[in-house]
Design a protein around this ligand. Structure first.
Ligand code: FDA
Length: 582
């Protein structure tokens, strides 16, 4: 094979992983071509919860405002409700997605970005259209058939499904963003650990105006305790708002060993009317489908010049809303590394760090999402009394019993709801990723990280290498607030120091690297007027941080450095190590 390339990076898949990879690569000036076998993007809502780390990615890539336009705003994501039907008894409410009085401050403090609810058919066009506008190319109706790789590139076999023509494409690298049934993971024989299809859920997308039931208590998730929706780990029916408050999904678990779910329009409508508690509700059903609960992750994400990400390498249920979030963050981790290697700023060794960094995240996400399903059991115990003709009515009666039995159930309910914070207010799960790889140089004096609060529930902001740069508001050049995340990132490494860090600034100026910027916090455009940065930076004002394009800290020197030569030597050796460029 020759070394002529049709594109630099061939991306198989245009879902959240492929779309984000194409957008980031195009933004960084790398040629990327993405293919999908379909004629367009996601046609069912699927992922929607978009957590702050992901909105930070959108912000860095300049599409946060556009995504926000298509999203249900954070405040409407609201409380999660447990009722017997939308018009029936309300049994419990859980403040969710950080919107509760007790948590909102943590979330606002932890990131410049809100959470958003963006169903996939709205998110994917934002990623893909902006990628295309920035020069990425796309092949719709294009099936990926297989590939070979050698020392200089990857040759993929593709088929144009419109003309049935088969052809090959040559790329330097390939990304397998081909979803939970990934052919590329199979071809590479990446080891998968865990279990596929351990349970199943039916999903019905429908239109009905439910405003009168929900407008006064906005929530994108309603769990319904009905005698019929009692199967599986969650054991409740689901109504999920897609477009408030007229487009919804109804979901319920079904037995994989039994018959397929009954999708006859009349029985589906009867079920939905039961969930809503309105026997006359007008309903238009758009589509019915079912999906499996997986609990599996690949223990290695790449082989040679092919890198897999997203559902291809972590397969898990939607509980905790981590799927597309993790997928987009995989892509963001990988894209700058590919760009740096292709542009000659880093050695190919840097690419190995993608799997080293993201695999542990994927493994943890798969475990968390599945645990979040298991954690419904204590709630179900409070809501139902098994063995009764109507277990829900009997459960409710017990819950309202003024005697000691009732007290015990109500106490159990308080605890059962606490446990659900690990699904619905898990700021730490969403924001506390820590990377360990050759692209992160540990601070030798820092010791093991100790978490001050529960690491799943609370963000621990730190400048330890491997953590994401903490967010703090600064005074921007035009008098507006800018985040520490705004003055870094955007495809470049950042050397972050303070007004006193002049040796660092001079060292960076001397190196004059196109991929490195200096950020002097305290100088015009990044003034620490709130003194927030001073409070959280954990380094001397004349110390330094090296922040990667994905916002993660690669290296830090906590101590003041006043000597120019010393600063230069330290910076050079940190850069060489982080970029595997010797
Ligand atoms: P995805 O499956 O989206 O895309 C795969 C792509 O590969 C497609 O473009 C496909 O056409 C293409 N492809 C595959 N094989 C091909 C071939 N041979 N040739 C050409 N193209 C090929 N996540 C989340 O973060 N929050 C949430 O709230 C939810 N909720 C949720 C609900 C439900 C019901 C489901 C089923 C899933 C979720 N998720 C979620 C998960 C989320 O949908 C999922 O994690 C992402 O879609 C994964 O994105 P990927 O891009 O990795 O794969």
């Amino acid at each position: 094979p020759g070394t002529e390339y049709d594109t630099d990076v061939l991306i198989v898949g245009t879902g959240p992983t492929g779309g984000a990879a194409a957008l980031a690569l195009a933004t960084y000036g790398v040629r990327a071509h993405a293919v999908t076998r379909w004629n367009w993007l996601a046609n069912t809502p699927r992922a929607h919860i978009t957590n702050q780390r992901t909105v930070e990615v959108l912000r860095d890539l300049g599409v946060e405002a556009e995504a926000t336009k298509h999203a249900t705003p954070w405040e409407q994501m609201g409380d999660t409700l447990f009722t017997t039907s939308l018009s029936g008894d309300e049994i419990a409410r859980l403040r969710t997605w950080g919107t509760g009085d007790d948590r909102i401050g943590d979330y606002i403090k932890g990131s410049p970005c809100p959470l958003l609810d963006i169903p996939q058919p709205y998110m994917e066009p934002v990623l893909v259209s902006n990628a295309a506008a920035r020069g990425a190319t796309f092949g719709f109706n294009t099936e990926y058939l297989g590939h070979t790789q050698d020392d200089t590139g990857v040759t993929a076999r593709l088929k144009d499904l419109v003309t049935a023509r088969e052809y090959t494409m040559r790329a330097r690298y390939m990304i397998g963003a081909d979803g939970a049934k990934s052919q590329i993971v199979d071809e590479l024989e990446l080891p998968l650990e865990g279990e596929l299809a351990r349970a199943a859920t039916a999903y019905v997308l429908f239109h009905a105006d439910l405003s009168r039931f929900v407008e006064h208590r906005p929530s994108i998730l309603h769990w319904l305790m009905t005698p019929s929706a009692n199967f599986g780990e969650i054991g409740m029916g689901l109504l999920r708002a897609i477009r408030p408050w007229h487009t919804w999904i109804a979901g319920w678990g079904y037995d994989l060993s039994g018959p397929a779910p009954d999708f006859e329009p009349e029985s589906v409508k009867a079920r939905i009317r039961g969930y809503v508690g309105d026997p006359d509700l007008e309903i238009e059903i758009e589509s019915c489908s079912s999906w499996y609960v997986n609990q599996a992750h690949a223990t290695q994400y790449s082989k040679g010049r092919v890198f897999c990400g997203g559902d291809a390498v972590h397969r898990h249920p939607p509980s905790s809303g981590l799927g597309s979030n993790t997928s987009i963050q995989d892509a963001f981790n990988l894209a700058w590394k590919l760009a740096f290697v292709i542009q000659g700023y880093a050695g190919p060794q840097l690419l190995e760090t993608y799997s080293d960094e993201r695999m542990p995240v994927g493994k943890q996400v798969v475990a968390r999402a599945n645990q979040s399903r298991v954690d419904y059991a204590p709630l179900n115990e409070c809501f139902r009394t098994t063995g009764e003709a109507d277990p829900v009515a009997a459960g409710l009666a017990k819950l309202r019993d003024p005697g000691p039995d009732g007290v015990a159930v109500r106490d159990a309910l308080t605890e059962a709801l606490e446990l659900k914070n690990y699904e619905f207010n898990a700021q730490g799960v969403e924001l506390n990723q820590r990377y360990a790889s050759t692209a992160v140089l540990p601070d030798p004096d820092a010791g093991e990280e100790q978490y001050v609060r529960d690491p799943q529930l609370y963000l621990q902001a730190t400048t330890r290498p491997g953590a994401k740069l903490p967010h703090a508001w600064l005074l921007g050049a035009d008098g507006q607030r800018v985040s520490t995340l705004d003055v870094t990132g955007k495809g470049r490494l950042s050397l972050v120091t303070g007004l006193a860090g002049r040796s660092w600034a001079r060292a960076a100026a001397k190196l004059d690297l196109p991929f490195l910027r200096t950020v002097v916090i305290g100088a015009t455009g990044a003034e620490d007027v709130y003194r927030d940065w001073a409070r959280i930076r954990q380094i001397h004002e004349a110390g330094a941080l090296l922040v990667r394009p994905d916002g993660y800290i690669a290296w830090r020197q906590p101590a003041a450095t006043w000597d120019d030569d010393d600063a230069l030597t330290q910076l050079q050796s940190a850069l060489a190590a982080v970029l595997s460029a010797d």
